[in-house]
Design a protein around this ligand. Structure first.
Ligand code: T4K
Length: 406
């Protein structure tokens, strides 16, 4: 990616966007392409393309080793992973989870006939608040489903205490958290089971994919059955199942991604630091950097908070960036509880989610990953800084629809 001009001449003031192609959140990390092509050729020569093939098995073994868990059941995506997990754990009734997450977390439960009960998050870490979770337990509650949002480990001790006290299952949506750890222990081993995503936008990707991990032998066996229609052997189906299998091409991509994971993390770390330095003196902008002692991060998400003192709102800054061909995202606005079917089912749940609602109004996720360059990130920081320094003019321009696409 090259940057055309170093002159600050915002598109909304009639200038040209600075990048030769769009810069956006979620651009995938891609490892060694030659190695990937070799693996694909081998799979094609072998004529074994899916159904628990050798690459899937190799990928699962490497994941288990890396995460320090007994079982890894690779799936076609994390959403289906969450669905088969809910079924294999026998969850029903209500499950307590945050509203501040990708809607897939709630949908996976709903597909299983389970009612998600939305709980607020801690104002510092933005992960599930164990105290409110305890207050929301009803006779219908069967589990707590925490989300390691942005890869920040939940309060695993607090949630375990609540779950144990009330005899509830405890699972985690770890879609963002592959490669992270807490006190030297990999995320993935804190719940009765956890689910990672390997979607294209994740630090380690398999195009589409996921994995359910657990130390529970019986649960793992039920997951393996559920993933493959309930077949225990040819011609013998012993339980309800679905097609949640990961194809070989995806597992090959996963193996290649794992080879480069440390490099991806290092690039992300440098990008994060670049943003930190570039934005540290910009009024009203801060980066989300939760005070969780002994956590390690993959820096996969650069989450910017826009405070009132910036003089421009989060949405106005998003519009400025869009006009400059920079795609930011206001994940996970407006919150699951304000999306259907949850908004209609439980119209008042926002009343108990003040922290979630406030965060959702002020956050913007910025591009990072291996598809960016240091120069490009500097330019993003300069644009934000410049827009804020001329906030009132920018607002007038945005309102009048001046400049290029906004
Ligand atoms: N739980 C949580 C907490 C999650 O965040 C997710 C998924 C899940 C569960 C479910 O996992 P999966 O079932 O997907 O394995 C994207 C992803 O599709 C989704 O996987 C992810 N979270 C979510 C946070 O982001 P969208 O609706 O934002 O996708 P889209 O198409 O708008 O793309 C996002 C950005 O990535 C855009 O700026 C474009 C860019 N992109 C995307 C793809 C696919 C690329 O540059 N290249 C690509 O190939 O959901």
């Amino acid at each position: 990616m090259s940057v055309k001009s170093a002159v600050l001449d915002l598109a909304i003031f009639g200038g040209e966007p600075p990048f030769d192609r769009p810069l956006h959140v979620g651009a995938p990390n891609i490892g060694d392409r030659d190695r990937l092509r070799e693996l694909l050729d081998d799979a094609l020569d072998r004529r074994w393309l899916t159904n628990d093939g050798p690459y899937v098995q190799a990928f699962e073994r490497r994941l288990a080793e890396r995460l320090g868990v007994r079982h890894c059941v690779a799936t076609c995506n994390a959403t289906t992973g969450l669905m088969i997990l809910a079924a294999a754990m026998g969850l029903r009734g209500e499950v307590i989870m945050p509203s501040f997450t990708f809607v897939a977390t709630a949908h996976a439960l709903t597909w299983q006939g389970i009612t998600p009960v939305f709980c607020d998050v801690d104002p510092d870490t933005w992960t599930l608040d164990p105290r409110q979770a305890a207050d929301l337990i009803s006779p219908r509650t069967t589990a707590i489903l925490g989300v390691h949002l942005w890869g920040t480990p939940c309060d695993v001790a607090g949630l375990r205490e609540v779950a144990s006290r009330h005899d509830l299952a405890l699972a985690y949506d770890a879609a963002h958290a592959f490669g992270t750890s807490l006190a030297g222990r990999s995320v993935g081993s804190f719940g009765d089971a956890e689910v990672f995503s390997f979607h294209a936008t994740k630090i380690c990707n398999t195009f589409e994919g996921g994995v359910v991990v657990t130390d529970d032998d019986d649960l793992a066996a039920r997951l393996a059955l559920a993933r493959n229609f309930g077949f225990i052997e040819v011609d013998r189906v012993v339980s309800l199942g679905i097609n949640a299998k990961m194809p070989e091409v995806n597992a090959a991509m996963g193996l290649v991604s794992l080879d480069s994971l440390d490099q991806f993390v290092e690039i992300n770390r440098r990008n994060w630091e670049r943003y930190r330095v570039g934005l540290e003196n910009v009024t009203g902008l801060t980066l989300y950097d939760p005070p969780v002692p002994e956590r390690s991060s993959t820096y996969q998400y650069v989450v910017m908070e826009v405070h009132e003192s910036a003089g421009l709102s989060r949405d106005e800054l998003g519009q400025v960036l869009a006009a400059e061909n920079i795609g930011s995202r206001r994940y996970f606005y407006p919150g699951c509880h304000r999306m259907e079917p949850y908004r209609t089912q439980c119209p008042d749940s926002g009343l108990r989610l003040p922290v979630t609602e406030a965060i959702l109004e002020r956050t913007l996720v910025l591009p990072t990953g291996t598809a960016t360059t240091a120069e490009a990130l500097d330019r993003v920081c300069e644009i934000l800084s410049f827009a804020i320094s001329r906030a009132s003019e920018v607002r007038v321009r945005l309102r009048s629809g001046s400049g290029r696409q906004v």
